[in-house]
Design a protein around this ligand. Structure first.
Ligand code: AGP
Length: 609
């Protein structure tokens, strides 16, 4: 998730406005920043890796001539956060300049085609193919206008994008286009603006024009034109008035980042499904050849590892060992060796316990692989191979969208492995891959249809003194995650363990009205979970079940239930089943009057051991 901004002013310098607008988009990404303007037919550009304030201090981003320009604040998805990978990117001539938010899925194919045509690339990004594609289109069709060349080029691009594009050929306009990544216009008497999000221009106007998927926009100082990419037909759309404060706008109108990020999960899950195949291939090859695999992480990321151990086992017959990073040195520090493989999972890539664990493993010649949400983090620099989880910055301290993104990537790795190892049939693999593609929409259904009910459950149980979270099989991991969410933001002591363990002690805690959350998809454990539910009910527990839609058997036993769409394979179930638990924790915290974004005693990234 990155932030783009562009403006065409009637007068006055564009750069200072672009700089201040990018600052308002920093929550969308902040590992690199760049601005390009045009004046007297020449492109002026400043860019570098680093936070906006750091780069500005060195380069002075305001000091660029021209009343038209574009800018970008980056969250790396392809290519480490280095100056060469920062936006804007240009074509060979330097006359076409592009900023982009999204993922161009077919960039390798386009890059190879353009390289063979003589184009020179300098970065590792997917974005850089766009200016060269426009350049090539104009080379082959010199009579095309700038707008037409962009339009033709867009027809070759597959994936998500919000582009803002400049050219010295027609230096009085910006061409924008949107597919899936957000794009909105602002307009006032001094000019027209395009941005990833409303906060970027809210200081200068509250008149906004929403741009939809498949639309191309021509921005000029005195106005804008919207056209359909599919057939070039013109679209008329009047500005609306935004009544948000800038602070509300950064949260897109949500009261907290956490609830915004829970709602972002359909989009972030779609982005995880756009990871380049060769990254998954490479990492799964290392896992395939491994003698022993440790899955190392903390907190929510550990729960993703726990779920992954079921995925790797069931799909690829690969035994893996989830280990708390804080325990790794004590547990395996002496035994880890050249034949060991570590797959570390960390959304921040900076968790001290995780870094310590992988550093120890690396010093003992083990192979270190990783999944992280922050490309360029310490973990990526230690890892032999890493994959970004594509969730964009997560501001809420409680991990939500990064958890489901981690699970989606881990499931894709397990499927890659199962193909390599031929342990399950191709039909099963095809079915699982198809179901994985459906998860973004399934999560969207949960968020849109169950949220109100979950709000009511939060009110009902707000005064509970303790919660149990139980599951069997892979749902044990989901139960652990749901428990952590409630504890860390609603401060309710909660206990989670495999449901089969209840009778080995914990059930002694049950008293009348004791809320027990069961995570119980209709999988192989369904029958035994019903037995566990009966055990708890018999002792007066209140059963709160997260069930598959239409599961009448458990509905008849539960005091309350939340339904998840049918047809989700067990190995993928933690992704959708975690969402009701995230919402329950969030609304319970709000009901108790706490700020879910800033829970007491916690930090977003625990960089101390
Ligand atoms: C999860 O909601 C917490 N914020 C915490 O447990 C977190 O998952 C843990 O500190 C690990 O962080 P990491 O993924 O950045 O390594």
């Amino acid at each position: 998730m990155c932030g783009i901004f562009g403006c065409v002013l009637k007068d006055g310098p564009a750069a200072p406005l672009i700089h201040s607008s990018l600052k308002m988009l920093e929550y969308r990404g902040y590992d690199s920043v760049g601005i390009a303007t045009i004046s007297d037919g020449t492109v002026n550009m400043k860019k570098d890796s680093g936070k906006i304030d750091e780069v500005h201090k060195i380069l002075n981003l305001d000091d660029l001539p021209g009343a038209i320009g574009i800018g970008h604040t980056r969250w790396a998805t392809h290519g480490a956060p280095l100056k060469v990978n920062s936006h804007p990117h240009t074509d060979c001539t330097g006359e076409i300049v592009v900023v982009h938010n999204g993922i161009i899925e077919n960039f390798l194919e386009l890059k190879s085609e353009l390289t063979n045509l003589g184009h020179t690339f300098v970065s590792k990004t997917d974005t850089e193919v766009m200016p060269h594609l426009i350049e090539e289109t104009l080379k082959q069709n010199p009579k095309l206008s700038f707008e037409q060349a962009v339009h033709e080029s867009l027809k070759r691009v597959e994936g998500s994008y919000a582009f803002a594009i400049l050219s010295t050929r027609e230096p009085d306009k910006i061409i924008c286009a949107r597919n899936e990544s957000p794009l909105v216009l602002g307009i006032n008497g001094h000019g027209v603006f395009c941005a990833s999000d409303i906060p970027a221009f809210l200081e200068v106007t509250n008149k906004a024009v929403m741009i939809n998927n498949g639309e191309l926009v021509i921005l000029k100082a005195d106005g804008y034109e919207i056209k359909k990419i599919s057939d070039g037909s013109q679209i008329t759309r009047e500005p609306i008035t935004i009544d948000w404060t800038p602070e509300m706008a950064v949260k897109q109108g949500y009261p907290h980042f956490m609830i915004k990020e829970i709602h972002e999960q359909p989009e972030t899950l779609r982005n995880t499904l756009r990871i380049q195949d060769h990254y998954l291939d490479l990492l799964s090859t290392f896992l395939d050849r491994a003698n022993e695999v440790f899955l190392v992480a903390c907190g929510t990321s550990y729960h993703a590892c726990l779920a992954a151990s079921y995925m790797f086992s069931k799909l690829a017959f690969l035994p893996t060992y989830p280990v708390y990073a804080s325990e790794f040195l004590e547990q395996h520090g002496k035994s880890v060796n050249i034949d060991s493989t570590i797959l570390a999972v960390s959304q921040s890539g900076e968790t001290a316990d995780t870094i310590a664990a992988v550093t120890c493993a690396q010093q003992r010649a083990a192979t270190v692989l990783s999944l992280t949400n922050v490309i360029g983090s310490s973990l990526t620099r230690i890892s032999r191979v890493y994959i970004g989880t594509q969730a964009g910055p997560e501001i809420g301290v409680a991990a939500t969208k990064t958890f489901t993104s981690q699970l989606s990537v881990l499931a894709q790795l397990a499927l890659k492995l199962s193909k390599k190892r031929g342990k399950i049939s191709q039909d099963e693999i095809d079915c699982l891959e198809a179901k994985l593609q459906l998860l973004p929409e399934m999560v969207n259904i949960i968020v849109t249809t169950q949220e109100e009910k979950i709000k009511g459950l939060a009110k009902k149980y707000v005064n509970a003194k303790v919660f149990f979270y139980l599951g069997r099989g892979i749902s044990t991991a989901t139960a652990y995650e749901g428990r952590l969410k409630l504890m860390e933001i609603a401060y309710i002591p909660s206990i989670a363990f495999p449901a089969g363990e209840s009778k080995h002690g914990p059930i002694s805690l049950i008293e009348d009205g004791f809320p027990v959350v069961f995570v119980c998809p209709r999988d192989d454990t369904h029958r035994t979970v019903i037995g566990n539910i009966m055990e708890m009910k018999a002792r007066g527990a209140h059963i709160l079940a997260i069930i598959e839609e239409g599961d009448e058997e458990i509905k008849s036993l539960a005091d309350d239930y939340v339904e998840v769409p049918k047809g989700i394979p067990a190995v993928l179930s933690p992704i959708p089943y975690a969402v009701p638990l995230q919402l329950l924790a969030y609304y319970t915290a709000v009901e108790k009057g706490f700020n879910p974004d800033m829970p007491r005693n916690l930090a977003k990234s625990v960089t101390v051991k």
